[in-house]
Design a protein. Structure first.
Length: 80
């Protein structure tokens, strides 16, 4: 029963959005380039969220993946 309500709500919201878009198409198209420019830094933050501070990236490196190059060992704790 709950899934039907969710599907109906999504359908109603999609219809309302289409009516809004039709009535305000000129305004939406004027804002679109600025919205894309503002979206770039936000996406950049989300894309780099999983990086660790010690330079290890999963899947990068040699056959084992995730190795640290010799130049980066101990760089963050002052032993380098």
């Amino acid at each position: 029963m709950r899934n039907y309500i969710l599907v109906a709500l999504i359908g109603f919201m999609a219809g309302a959005f289409l009516f809004f878009l039709k009535g305000h198409q000129a305004y939406v198209l004027d804002i679109l380039p600025w919205a894309l420019l503002l979206l770039c830094p936000v996406l950049h933050l989300f894309m780099h969220r999983g990086h660790r501070k010690d330079g290890v990236h999963k899947g990068h490196g040699g056959p084992g993946g995730g190795e640290v190059s010799p130049g980066r060992v101990g760089m963050d704790d002052g032993q380098g």
